[in-house]
Design a protein around this ligand. Structure first.
Ligand code: G
Ligand code: G
Ligand code: MN
Length: 282
């Protein structure tokens, strides 16, 4: 009925079209407005979550496949929002990236995880997920170094998990960042391998210590006729050639565990060994 409403609704349809990758034509529907409203509310709460101390880190063990000893824990963020209750990372990490709130949130994760890890035996590493948006900030390397120094852990105890999408942005600047981190001894892991853009050239460009094989390949790999085992085996042989470790993610059953061990994965992370747990349990 009003110009404002027409503008708003066509904007929402436009966002939808862009979200779907562009080159698309979308019509306005009332649900778009409802979604935008929900997102606006979530963003409002997310902007206050840090100061209200609503985040917590959980830790999931990563186990040496042959020795069956814990080699590291991956820090996984949890948000208990006053307005929205428990919100899953899948629901708020993307929003935090869109709004760049991931920069302060990611810095908090890094600091908190390092401060926790200093209480652990020095052979147990802490793995922290890093968003490509954090990477683009010019002070990323110094913020990593500050977190290490402030906590007192050794740089070798810290492993950063980076997804392939980091290569879509930033270009050659990323490689310099990787190299600076490597020089001080921080370890790098390529997360969710196989789900994204997986151009093998990435492996050549960046000095990763580890490839994390996405759980979609591990799940069901033990079932008869599954091609997943073949995919896992080829990732392992690629990683071995390049001198990298492999972590099979999302192993839930003994069968899956045995399979990924037989396929040569050097590490396993999954419910079969432990779910993400609070700091006391870790
Ligand atoms: O437990 P799980 O539901 O925690 O995590 C879901 C997703 O959220 C995973 O893909 C994980 O990489 C991501 N995630 C969890 N914690 C963090 C974090 O601290 N920073 C970033 N960037 N991603 C995270
Ligand atoms: O994308 P990233 O590897 O950072 O995310 C790890 C995610 O995998 C977290 O959401 C964690 O809770 C989940 N996860 C870890 N192990 C298992 C598992 O054995 N089964 C399932 N379903 N999810 C898992
Ligand atoms: Mn991860």
């Amino acid at each position: 009925k009003t110009v404002e409403e027409i503008m708003r609704n066509s904007d929402l349809a436009l966002y939808r079209a862009k979200d779907e990758g562009g080159g698309e034509h979308c019509q306005y529907e009332p649900t778009l407005h409802a979604h935008a409203e929900e997102r606006r509310k979530l963003e409002f709460s997310l902007r206050r979550a840090l100061e209200r101390d609503e985040f917590e880190l959980h830790y999931q063990p990563v186990v040496d496949a042959n020795e069956e000893t814990v080699v590291s824990f991956e820090a996984l963020i949890r948000w208990n929002s006053e307005e929205h209750g428990f919100v899953r990372p899948d629901k708020f990490i993307a929003l935090a990236e869109d709004t760049r709130l991931i920069v302060p949130i990611g810095a908090w994760v890094l600091e908190t995880a390092c401060l926790e890890a200093v209480n652990w035996p020095t052979h147990v590493r802490i793995a922290v997920n890093v968003s490509p948006i954090q990477f683009q900030k010019s002070n990323f390397v110094s913020s990593v170094l500050n977190s290490i120094a402030a906590s007192g852990i050794e740089p070798e105890q810290l492993e950063l998990e980076i997804t392939e999408s980091v290569f879509l942005e930033g270009g050659s600047g990323n490689v310099e960042i990787f190299n600076s981190l490597k020089r001080v001894g921080v370890r790098l892991a390529l997360d969710d391998f196989g789900t994204g853009y997986s151009a093998l050239g990435y492996l050549q460009k960046a000095p990763f210590d580890k490839i994390k094989i996405d759980q979609s390949f591990v799940k069901g790999a033990a079932e008869v006729g599954s091609v997943n085992a073949a995919i896992v085996a080829s990732i392992v042989s690629l990683a071995e050639t390049l001198g990298m470790d492999t972590t099979a993610e999302g192993a839930e059953t003994m069968k899956e565990l045995e399979l990924v061990r037989d396929l040569g994965c050097s590490h396993v992370q999954g419910y079969v060994y432990g779910k993400p747990m609070n700091v006391e349990s870790a």
